[in-house]
Design a protein. Structure first.
Length: 201
């Protein structure tokens, strides 16, 4: 089974089309988008429409949470209140329904290998803002979470959000497809094991 994973498109329609074209050339069985359609570019609505009409598994990132619930769920992003309030006015009820129905995570299983996909690791999946903070990458909290049974029970746990490629244990991060240094992740899950590579866009 071949799986393509990309994340953090941030309103960059040109980049979204480019990554989808490259993924198409790989003849994958499954494509997963890890979230963050909004905040950054100027073509968020077009990106949303393209993803909504695709066969891609689309997960909810922090940007979709801000669009759905408002920025009050995360005290670090008060400065983005006007952006989300104004962008929300441009969305149709159908757009909002699509955002509400986006899942926080997805799991695949093939050849006995379980792979978990989410925008970032969860501090509390039941909280309004369920993810760890980016600052947790530097204070040891993220490292400890990578060693938890909730994460290590999977062959791979694939995340985005931090806009960089890295591997920590069985946690694999993929950079932002809509920003500089863009890439996507190509996973090959076969009987011998699970292999992956970051592919630049």
């Amino acid at each position: 089974m071949k799986i393509a994973v990309f994340s953090d498109i941030h309103g960059n329609l040109k980049a979204l089309k480019a990554v989808l074209e490259q993924i198409k050339e790989k003849n994958v069985d499954l494509t997963v988008f890890l979230g963050d359609i909004f905040q950054g570019g100027h073509e968020e609505i077009e990106c949303l429409e393209l993803l909504k009409d695709s066969e891609i598994v689309c997960l909810k990132g922090n940007c979709e949470l801000y669009m759905q619930y408002g920025v009050d769920i995360d005290p670090d992003v008060e400065y983005l209140r006007d952006y989300y309030d104004e962008t929300r006015k441009k969305l149709t009820s159908e757009h909002m329904q699509f955002i509400r129905e986006m899942s926080l995570f997805y799991e695949s299983e093939c050849n006995g290998h379980k792979i978990h996909f989410s925008h970032f690791l969860f501090s509390d999946i039941h909280a309004a803002y369920p993810f760890f903070q980016l600052s947790d990458l530097k204070n040891g909290v993220f490292d400890k979470a990578c060693e938890s049974e909730d994460v290590t029970k999977y062959e791979l746990s694939v995340i985005g959000h931090c806009h960089q490629n890295f591997v920590k244990g069985n946690v694999v991060s993929v950079s932002a497809s809509g920003l500089e240094g863009a890439s996507f992740l190509l996973i090959d899950d076969n009987e011998e094991g699970v292999n992956f590579e970051h592919i630049g866009i």
